[in-house]
Ligand binder design. Structure first.
Ligand code: APR
Length: 234
């Protein structure tokens, strides 16, 4: 499988962080089940009840800082370090577990918990503390910071880069995502139309499993290290 492959695009979703103790969105007891989506993850919710939204994301920002990368994150970081072609990790996740496992080129298409976005000066700042007390923007001082999370109805980040990478890719791999939310759920179809090889590593069949040349089922902490081992020649 690896002979004709030089450029790889990997899409990750909540499933790759599940074994690190971070809730997935649609699994049993998933994140959204505890909170109605429209209550927290939309610009309208933020306008209507900023404290609820800030408290919700403050809780999640604090929670991820207590979690650790798992073997799947570590394996992807190893692949990135040792792979001689190009490799881009596009993640829907807003945790920093890929980076803490050592990955250097991670594209967070849905934003990041550890970033705050000033709605006054538009500057994004690395951020670990709560936002509920409306702290001043490090760049302009305005008390206008919001979570740097792409909410429903907002455009995911750096889509041009993602599609450019898909065009250059020889292989598209999807790990730990349900294929329920676009545009990420459409990447496999884009890859197929571009004639790319496609592989899915997931705990259970996703909504797009039928579109993948190969779909392996199991926990990411087992499937990803095994696949990375294959790619690096054992
Ligand atoms: N190993 C591999 N896959 C797993 C594991 C695991 N240990 N645990 C769960 N999964 C799989 C589930 O089978 C499911 O297909 O991960 C997927 C998680 O799906 P979702 O909860 O829908 O998360 P995700 O696909 O990342 O959601 C996409 O939806 O709510 C929005 O913006 C949010 O980025 C999120 C987007």
């Amino acid at each position: 499988m690896t002979d004709a492959i030089r450029n790889i695009v990997i899409l990750t979703g909540a499933g790759i962080s599940a074994e690190s103790g971070i809730d997935t969105f649609r699994g049993a007891g998933g994140l959204w089940e505890n909170h109605r989506v429209e209550d927290v993850a939309t610009p309208e919710a933020f306008a209507r009840d900023p404290s609820l939204v800030l408290r919700f994301y403050d809780q999640r920002r604090a929670a991820i800082q207590e979690k650790l990368p798992n073997a799947a994150h570590v394996a992807l970081a190893r692949l990135e370090a040792e792979w001689t072609g190009s490799l881009l990790i596009v993640t829907q996740n807003v945790d920093d577990l890929h980076e803490r496992a050592g990955a250097g080129r991670v594209l967070h298409m849905h934003g990041e918990h550890l970033s705050a976005w000033c709605t006054s000066c538009d500057i994004r700042s690395r951020w670990r503390a709560p936002l509920l007390g409306r702290p001043p923007c490090p760049a302009c001082g305005a008390r206008s910071l919001r979570p740097d999370i792409v909410w429903f109805g907002e455009m995911p980040y750096r889509m041009g880069e993602i599609y450019a990478a898909l065009r250059e890719a020889d292989l598209f791999v999807s790990i730990g995502t349900s294929g329920a939310v676009y545009p990420a759920a459409g990447f496999v179809r884009d890859a197929r139309e571009l004639g790319k090889r496609t592989l899915e590593l997931n705990l259970e069949p996703s909504q797009g499993s039928f579109l993948f040349h190969e779909s392996r089922l199991g926990p990411a902490s087992e499937l990803v290290p095994a696949w990375v081992g294959e790619m690096l020649g054992g």
